[in-house]
Design a protein around this ligand. Structure first.
Ligand SMILES: C[S@@+](CC[C@H](N)C(=O)[O-])C[C@H]1O[C@@H](n2cnc3c(N)ncnc32)[C@H](O)[C@@H]1O
Length: 261
């Protein structure tokens, strides 16, 4: 993989590309007037990280481009600001000041909403196993420009960790995080948004393991929450309680610490 810029980049874009090449530990190639096709041939690399004024975008022949955007978080925050509720926040029973672990961060939309919910005194750690996703999302959270102060502040509050969630949970003390949230990849593309479709080819598609849920239940102080597609049966497998499933494409379920509902 190589890093380059858009054609005729501004000084700011060049600086952003330099930062990314350093954090990704990847060579930075001056774009000059090369086409992406020419760069691929010249450097014998299929994957190119292109930095422009709009942010960073990962392109590879045969795959959908991957780039950060707040996805559903933008309109969900607008709705929350109008006083509406958000189902995920409700299932998680998020309160201001909570410490939350989003164990499958992906594009970070849910992590952003969790960060909005916990507020300035709370904490949200987003774990993503795939380095490219984790680093691009962390970069996007810091660079995305928005007129919404609430969205901006929530994005700044998400702490990104590139790691396997099982390893992170294993290393944490018991009863140290209020809520732990899982949204693993699932077959149906009900999360329909372009964003999640774009992540699929770069994401970790492994099934959620029983031992990971056991670790999450050890580390959680209050509850562990799971999101899956309607056709999935993970909540039954793990003994979780479904939350208002009727007619919904997405099923949320939860398990209270101590095994109650
Ligand atoms: C469906 S996406 C999550 C979408 C996210 N909730 C959002 O709002 O954008 C699932 C993500 O979890 C990541 N993932 C899967 N298994 C993981 C693991 N064992 N540890 C950490 N991340 C994992 C995948 O790479 C993928 O990016």
């Amino acid at each position: 993989m190589i890093v380059t810029t858009s054609l005729e980049p501004s000084a700011e874009t060049v600086q952003h590309a330099e930062e990314l090449s350093e954090s990704f530990r990847l060579p930075l190639i001056e774009r000059r007037d090369y086409s992406l096709h020419e760069l691929r041939k010249k450097y014998a690399q299929n994957e190119i990280l292109i930095v422009s004024s709009a942010g960073a975008r990962l392109e590879a022949e045969g795959k959908k481009p991957f780039f950060f955007h707040p996805n559903t978080a933008a309109f969900r925050i607008k709705r929350l600001e109008r006083g509406d509720t958000d189902t995920m926040l409700a299932v998680c029973q998020i309160q201001p000041g909570d410490q939350v672990l989003d164990a499958t961060m992906g594009l970070g939309a849910d992590a952003i909403i969790l960060a909005y919910g916990v507020g300035a005194k709370g904490r949200v750690i987003g774990i993503e196993s795939e380095r490219i996703i984790g680093l691009l999302v962390e970069d996007g959270l810091r660079h995305w420009s928005t007129d919404s102060a609430a969205l901006h502040d929530a994005m700044q509050r998400v702490e990104v960790r590139v790691a396997n969630h099982f390893d992170v949970l294993k290393s944490m003390p018991a009863d140290s995080i209020d809520v732990i949230y899982f949204d693993p990849m699932f077959e149906e593309t009900v999360q329909s948004s372009v964003g999640i479709a774009g992540i699929r080819e770069w994401a970790n598609n492994h099934a959620l393991k029983e031992e990971t849920i056991a670790e999450a239940l050890r580390v959680a102080r209050r509850r562990v929450v799971l999101k899956e597609g309607k056709a999935g049966g993970l909540y039954r497998q793990f003994g979780f309680t479904p939350y208002r499933t009727r007619g919904k494409q997405v099923v949320y379920s939860y398990k209270e610490k101590g095994g109650g509902e």
